[in-house]
Design a protein around this ligand. Structure first.
Ligand SMILES: [Ca+2]
Ligand SMILES: [Ca+2]
Length: 502
């Protein structure tokens, strides 16, 4: 998002897939509560679900201020109470961890230079780092969210900002240039520039550091968070992040998880933050475009396979988190022109790749995740009647596909910690093997992006016993003389396991 001018106005106002155990109550169409998720063993087998709090569910109309659900940049009323009430929606999908947008008190006005009234509904424009915005809820409700997630087997990451505050925030008046760069005082490099014109904290000033550290770490400590998603990482000094890591370890424990947003980051770009161990994980910005490109028929599958190999070369003990849609990029469904079959190929790629797959709220039911600001539209609740809810029919078949893939992923360590090996490449198809040497678990993944079925003869690994059965659709392919003849249906994925009992 680029804001050319910030003018703030004042305002008055499947088979073999038992990783998540659920049953659906047909009377209500929703599962009984609380839905249990098999807790992640480590962040290796995590599946993350990212929610923009204001756009997910409004559980408390009494805290609504500045709500205009027709306004793309207005508050839509979503809050912690609404999220807590609908956690089963996320747990039932099989996700093991939740990432929510920042909850601090936001600046009391809006920016209009983007062509509409744009408020701090997203939480990135803080006015007071030591207060929770009442539009999102209270600190007790945040603690309740953590407790309710833990009761379901899920972890919670809170998005936090150290780099900047909101436009014309109280800190400009209260602390001025001692603490901030703003207006004509903005620098012109990554560390000192004013991102989108936002006042930039002087994070090399010890007083600023201590203030922000106490705000975020104190909150995490009091409510029991499991980690942070760190915003705008490359705009803050490395020695700050090293101090931050030491402080989170000291106060919140060695397991407190740090997922950093380094814009444009991937496994290699993250190295300067991984090598000194400033954070555990980084957002993988490469996967979305690469997987969409594959689905759209761009490039050769053998080249795409090389990319998939390359992105898994991550420093030991560290992770990248790969997404198909986000609040800062156009969603995959839009980029694929609404083609759900091609989107499913991308989802299959996401769930069979190493790293932490991140599901952006609602894309699992076909939310029209467009370009900004439409990528931040309301969660589609359809007949469930939750507000705010985008007025489209939920694609429950797509949700079922996600659920099945997530369950397969969680049940098969080869998908989240195994080695990968490309086995067969055509003009439009790709077959690769995932193998976990520790458990012996292995699967073949076959994808075909073409409108015609693809035939592939695949040499089976020596320790493959029996035929091959597709965990997604149930089709069985006979093995003969150490190989298997596959027919991959048009624009489809097969996830093949050795046929049980042979
Ligand atoms: Ca509300
Ligand atoms: Ca900065």
């Amino acid at each position: 998002m680029l804001l050319l001018m910030a003018s703030l106005a004042s305002c008055a106002g499947g088979p073999d897939t038992d990783a998540s155990v659920t049953t659906t109550n047909p009377a209500q169409g929703r599962p009984p509560s609380p839905v249990q998720v098999a807790p992640q063993q480590s962040w290796d087998d995590a599946v993350l679900y990212f929610v923009i709090l204001d756009r997910f569910a409004d559980g408390d109309p009494d805290n609504n201020q500045d709500v205009d659900r027709a306004g793309p940049g207005s508050f839509h009323g979503g809050d912690l109470t609404g999220l807590i009430a609908n956690l089963d929606e996320i747990a039932d999908l099989g996700c093991t961890a939740l990432w929510i947008t920042p909850v601090q008190q936001q600046v009391p006005g809006y920016v209009s230079s983007v062509g509409f009234f744009d408020w701090g509904y997203h939480g990135y424009w803080a006015d007071d780092f030591h207060a929770i915005d009442p539009r999102f809820g209270t600190e007790d409700q945040l603690a309740e969210l953590v407790e309710q997630c833990h009761a379901r087997g899920m972890k919670v990451l809170l998005d936090v900002v150290y780099n900047h505050c909101g436009y014309e925030s109280r800190y400009i008046q209260e602390k001025g240039r001692e603490w901030l760069r703003f207006g004509s005082y903005c620098g012109d490099d990554d560390l000192t520039s004013c991102l989108s014109g936002l006042p930039d904290f002087k994070t090399d000033n010890p007083e600023v550091r201590e203030y922000l550290l106490e705000a975020h770490l104190g909150l995490a400590d009091r409510v029991g968070l499991d980690g942070f998603r760190l915003d705008t990482v490359k705009h803050v000094e490395h020695d700050f992040w090293q101090l931050h890591r030491a402080r989170t370890r000291e106060r919140l424990g060695d397991d407190f998880f740090l997922l950093g947003e380094v814009w444009g980051g991937d496994n290699e770009v993250m190295e300067p933050w991984f090598e000194p161990d400033e954070m555990d994980a980084g957002i993988d910005f490469s996967f979305q475009g690469s997987s969409i490109g594959f689905a759209l028929g761009r490039g050769r599958p053998i080249a795409f396979n090389r990319y998939l190999d390359m992105r898994e070369d991550v420093r030991e003990g560290h992770f990248v988190s790969h997404y198909l849609s986000s609040h800062d990029t156009p969603g995959a469904i839009l980029t694929l022109d609404g083609d759900v079959e091609l989107f499913r190929l991308c989802v299959a790629l996401q769930m069979t790749a190493r790293g932490i797959p991140c599901v952006f709220y609602g894309e699992e039911v076909g939310r029209r995740v467009g370009d900004w600001p439409e990528n931040r539209s309301d969660m589609p609740w359809g007949g469930l009647g939750v507000l705010p809810g985008e007025d489209i029919d939920r694609d429950e078949e797509l949700r079922g596909f996600y659920k099945q893939l997530i369950a397969i992923r969680r049940a098969h360590p080869c998908l989240w910690r195994g080695e990968r090996e490309g086995l067969d490449f055509g003009k439009h198809h790709l077959v690769f093997r995932r193998h976990d040497s520790e458990s012996g678990d292995q699967l073949l993944v076959a994808l075909n992006r073409d409108a015609e079925a693809a035939a592939a003869t695949v040499t089976l690994p020596e320790n493959w016993n029996g035929d091959a059965t597709d965990l997604l659709g149930g089709a069985r392919f006979a093995a003969a003389a150490g190989s298997v003849e596959l027919t991959i249906p048009p624009r489809s994925t097969l996830i093949l396991a050795p046929t049980a009992g042979e």
